[in-house]
Design a protein. Structure first.
Length: 185
C-alpha cells in the first residue's frame, strides 16, 4: 500500500474499507461544519470511494487517511490544473495530536510540489474558519479573491521553499518511495 511517511504520522491512500471512518468524521457536525456536506449512507460513501479509486489510478486525485497507528484524519488533493493543484477535505478527529495537522500539510506540499511536480496550489477556506485562514496566511499563502462565503488562496512552490525552513522538524521522511509505489501499481 502506498504511504507517505511523516516524522510521526503517515498518509496512506483511502480504500473502500475506510468508508465508515470517513463517514464518521464527515458526519460530525462540529468537525465538518466548514466542509461540503456528504451523503450519510454508508453504501453511497463506498460507491464514492470506488469512483475515486478510478480517478486515483489515472493520477487525477489522491485521498489520504492520516494515521499514527490509528486513523487521525483525512486530506485530499484534487482539481489538478496544468501546474496547480487544489487540496482540502482536511479534517482530523477530536484530540488528534497537535503535530498531525502540520505534518499532514508538509506531506501534502512535499508530495504535490516535488513528487507530482506542481509549481503552485489553489484552495478555498470558509471565511468563518478563522483559525485555518490564519494558519494558511502564516504559512505563506495569499488570499487572491473572496466571495460571501470563502477566501480563495494561492501558494507557490517558491513560497513553500521559504516557509518550509521553519517547519523542518515536521517534514516527511520518504516521498520518493511513495512516488515509486504509485508507478508500480
Amino acid at each position: 500500500m502506498a504511504v507517505i511517511k511523516g516524522r510521526k504520522i503517515t498518509l496512506r491512500l483511502v480504500e473502500v474499507f475506510d468508508a465508515e471512518f470517513i463517514l464518521s468524521l464527515r458526519s460530525n457536525q462540529h468537525k465538518a461544519r466548514f466542509l461540503h456536506p456528504i451523503d450519510s449512507e454508508i453504501e453511497k460513501q463506498r460507491e464514492w470511494i470506488v469512483d475515486y479509486k478510478k480517478r486515483e489510478s489515472l493520477g487525477k486525485e489522491y485521498y489520504f487517511v492520516i494515521e499514527e497507528c490509528v486513523p487521525l484524519g483525512l486530506v485530499r488533493l484534487y482539481d489538478f490544473l496544468e501546474d496547480s493543484f487544489c487540496w482540502g477535505s482536511f479534517i482530523t478527529i477530536e484530540n488528534a495530536p497537535f503535530y498531525a495537522a502540520i505534518e499532514s500539510v508538509c506531506c501534502v506540499y512535499e508530495f504535490a510540489f516535488y513528487g507530482l511536480g506542481f509549481t503552485q496550489s489553489h484552495f478555498d477556506v470558509r471565511k468563518e474558519n478563522e483559525r485555518v485562514v490564519a494558519f494558511h496566511q502564516k504559512f505563506g499563502a495569499s488570499i487572491v479573491a473572496e466571495d460571501t462565503q470563502n477566501y480563495y488562496f494561492h501558494f507557490t512552490r517558491q513560497e513553500y521553499e521559504k516557509t518550509k525552513q521553519k517547519y523542518l522538524k515536521f517534514m516527511p521522511l520518504d516521498i520518493d518511495c511513495f512516488i515509486e509505489s504509485l508507478k508500480i501499481q
